[in-house]
Design a protein around this ligand. Structure first.
Ligand SMILES: NC(=O)C1=CN([C@@H]2O[C@H](COP(=O)(O)OP(=O)(O)OC[C@H]3O[C@@H](n4cnc5c(N)ncnc54)[C@H](O)[C@@H]3O)[C@@H](O)[C@H]2O)C=CC1
Ligand SMILES: O=C([O-])CC(=O)C(=O)O
Length: 326
């Protein structure tokens, strides 16, 4: 039986790091692609040479997409993770990357359509909700087979900060973040608990507010420390758990950017666009979307995030209809 195959387009900080995490997880062959000559091949070989210590037998290979033919190696990918594109620099928001990265998504999406239209796509490039939307437009892939990174990472940060404040194991902190992966994301405190005990019973409101704020700017906090690039260690494991759930059909429930239509669109007030909601991830991608009950305060926070995702998705529409350029 052929091995499962994961492709990663973009062999930079996030792409290389997720390749290594997935290699260590020992779930599939890993094909890495980058436009820079030698980068993907080098990362693949470098990670492969650690295999005797890690104990994995799956193969890693790297390809340079400056030669378009190399995209043929995408064929038969079970999952394609897209991390190609620019990362922000200090002073920039993720939205500032939109017009820079959307042209890359158009190109990558068209190659996916040509060489591996049966794959499930994980969009990582920022702003991720909008890049998931752009990849769907360019590839024509069924929207339920496309997921965007956001909540998996943001929730990990939220849980880390809550565990630290409570001095408890992160394993016992259940908490998640929904909405767009941007400054208006929604850390959802009402559904957060420590082994079932509501967080609101354990921490004062001021501390909770402080943690919410820190979570919202979690990516910016790392950027301000690194100065030359953005986070990749926490992102890579946050991507890997999504990919693993697809490859192994684990049916993990993780907030991710998913395409909302029908009753879910009505419930959440945003239609035919991608935004972070809790979903069940399995072999066919997004297997279920959960509709959360909001109170007035939650609703206000949610609507703010929806507005910003809608505004940016419209920019993507304008790009695809030729009204604006990359
Ligand atoms: N959604 C999320 O939660 C997160 C998103 N990101 C985003 O992921 C993206 C990648 O971040 P890093 O790896 O840190 O950046 P990086 O600059 O280290 O790597 C990007 C790579 O993409 C490659 N690339 C550019 N255009 C390409 C093309 N047309 N085809 C193939 N490869 C191409 C570059 O050569 C480079 O190696 C950024 O947009 C960043 O904002 C990063 C962390 C978390
Ligand atoms: O901050 C960034 O630009 C990268 C990212 O999305 C994150 O780390 O949350």
């Amino acid at each position: 039986m052929a091995n499962k195959k994961i492709s990663i387009i973009g062999a930079g900080a996030v792409g290389a790091s997720v390749a290594q995490v997935l290699a260590i997880k020992d779930v599939a062959d890993i094909y890495i692609f980058d436009i820079v000559d030698g980068l993907a091949a080098g990362k693949a070989l470098d990670i492969q040479e650690g295999a005797p210590h890690w104990g994995f037998d799956y193969k890693l290979r790297g390809f340079c997409t400056a030669d378009e033919k190399e995209y043929e190696n995408l064929k038969g990918s079970d999952v394609i993770v897209v991390t190609a594109g620019l990362a922000r620099k200090p002073g920039m928001s993720r939205d500032d990357l939109l017009l820079k990265n959307i042209g890359i998504m158009k190109d990558v999406g068209e190659k996916i359509k040509k060489y591996s239209p049966e794959s499930i796509i994980v969009a990582v490039t920022n702003p991720a909700d909008i890049m998931a939307y752009a990849l769907q437009k360019a590839s024509g892939i069924e929207p339920s087979r496309i997921l965007g990174l956001g909540g998996s990472l943001d929730s990990a940060r939220f849980r880390t900060f809550l565990a630290e404040a409570l001095d408890v194991s992160v394993e016992d902190v259940n908490a998640f973040v929904i909405g767009g992966h941007g400054d208006d994301m929604v850390p959802f405190i009402r559904y957060s608990s420590v082994s079932g005990i509501p967080i609101e019973h354990l921490l004062p409101k001021e501390k909770i507010d402080e943690i919410i704020k820190r979570t919202r700017f979690g990516g910016g906090e790392i950027l301000n420390l690194y100065k030359t690039g953005t986070a990749f260690y926490a992102p890579s494991i946050s991507i890997a758990v999504m990919v693993e759930s697809i490859i192994k059909n684990k049916k993990r429930v993780i907030p991710c950017a998913a395409y909302l239509t029908g009753n879910h669109a009505k419930h959440y007030g945003i239609e035919n666009m991608f935004i972070g909601v809790p979903i069940k991830i399995g072999a066919s991608g997004v297997e279920e979307i959960y509709d959360l009950q909001f109170n007035e305060e939650d609703k206000a926070a949610w609507e703010k995030s929806v507005e910003s995702v809608k505004k940016n998705s419209k920019l993507a529409d304008d790009y695809f209809s030729g009204k604006i350029k990359s």
